[in-house]
Design a protein around this ligand. Structure first.
Ligand SMILES: Nc1ncnc2c1ncn2[C@@H]1O[C@H](COP(=O)(O)OP(=O)(O)O)[C@@H](O)[C@H]1O
Ligand SMILES: [Mg+2]
Length: 367
């Protein structure tokens, strides 16, 4: 059997207070290797405090925090070797060029360089698309470019785990897209990324797992697909109520979603008359379709399907279909349209999964 891989980050029962104020309350979650992990919550939730503990800048008052198996309190030096930490609102030295800035940090990090060639600086600039700008004075760069320079800096020592505090805040849409592309590239290189955000949508399409934090507590954590399924089961009345749960000690390598999907209600063995099976409360969902055909034709085909509850014209020439079912229902819709020789251009969920999780798992005070 394969050894379960060490989690990139493991946080267990982390608590912290500033004065009499409980900032972190029993925070537990894992970030597995190779993930882009979104740490999401409103301003003041406790994200930066958690990240500062991970970055060995703040000693936790209670709990255990490990990076690739190394305890942040007991082995901070080793942790620092493995992480690349980008603080929020970090400044950069202004009156140097991009290359000078990176060479300075390569020296400060004692990154091995072959003579004066600084191969790591070149690689780092290449990756962050800064090569063209290597002679540019930092003070003349846009926010997005400065952010990329920060990323280039944290990549110099080739860390395995990147910890980025609000990397996309304050960026214009283009710079945000570039950062997202870069994150995916880093993931493809085998790095693990934890990034925090108080804005949901800026992360929605790159993160593979999330932890949602409110008032110092984790509300839900785990891979997006698993949380969605757990929420669906819960809405059908199979799962338990919304309940944050620390990963169980029995399976430390795979804590799964914090909402426990496994607890089905026990069958009622006392009744003599077999009860009629409860009709399953099926979850309603919506998808947006784009089809190269008149609305009426599409609508006629879809409304014939038993699980479709409404079909209407949506924005931007899309057709919005509400249905009761899961992905198989969506596949069936596409199949019916294709069999009628209509060209289906795209199928998108009405909300992406992260937004759905958010709305269902939080009390509504997140942005
Ligand atoms: N050094 C500090 N001293 C006192 N309170 C702090 C300190 N740092 C953060 N806080 C408070 O802790 C709470 C969580 O802050 P923070 O971790 O920065 O949240 P987030 O990053 O999610 O916005 C906030 O209420 C903040 O005011
Ligand atoms: Mg913060």
């Amino acid at each position: 059997m394969n050894e379960p891989r060490l989690p990139a980050i493991s946080i267990r029962h982390l608590s912290h207070r500033f004065g009499r104020f409980d900032v972190l309350r029993d925070v537990s979650f894992d970030v597995h290797q190779g993930e882009i992990f979104g740490f999401i919550g409103p301003n003041g939730a406790g994200k930066t405090t958690t990240i500062r503990v991970l970055a060995t800048l703040l000693e936790p008052m209670a709990g255990r925090v490990k990076v690739l198996g190394h305890d942040v309190t007991l082995e901070p030096e080793l942790v620092r070797k493995h992480i690349g930490y980008m603080p929020d609102h970090a400044g950069v030295y202004d009156r140097v060029t991009v290359r000078e800035y990176l060479e300075f940090f390569a020296d400060a990090y004692k990154v091995p360089t072959a003579g004066s060639s600084y191969a790591v600086v070149d690689a780092s600039m290449e990756l962050t698309d800064l090569t063209r700008l290597s002679d540019k004075i930092v003070s003349t760069m846009s926010k997005g470019m400065k952010q990329r320079l920060q990323l280039a800096r944290v990549l110099l020592h080739d860390p395995k785990v990147l910890i980025l505090d609000e990397p996309a805040s304050d960026l214009d849409p283009r710079a945000r897209i570039e950062i997202r592309d870069l994150l995916m590239e880093l993931r493809a290189m085998g790095k693990t990324v934890l990034l925090s955000s108080h804005i949901l949508t800026e992360l929605a399409d790159v993160v593979t797992s999330v932890a949602i934090m409110e008032r110092g507590r984790i509300i839900v954590a785990g891979p997006i697909g698993e949380i969605s399924e757990a929420l669906d089961r819960q809405r059908r009345g199979v799962g338990t109520a919304r309940q944050p749960q620390a990963p169980s000690a029995a399976s430390p390598a795979n804590p799964g979603p914090a909402i426990d999907p496994t607890q089905a209600p026990a069958p009622n063995l006392n009744s003599f008359v077999p009860a009629a099976p409860e009709p399953e409360r099926v979850v309603e969902r919506s998808v947006k379709l784009r089809v190269l055909a008149p609305f009426e034709r599409v609508s006629a085909i879809l409304t014939d399907l038993p699980f479709v509850t409404s079909v209407r014209l949506g924005s931007m020439a899309t057709i919005q279909v509400t249905f009761a079912g899961d992905d198989r229902a969506v596949a069936m819709m596409v199949r019916s349209l294709v069999l009628a020789e209509l060209s289906v251009v795209s199928v998108e969920p009405e909300r992406n999964e992260l937004e759905r999780i958010f709305l269902e798992a939080t009390r509504g005070d997140l942005q």
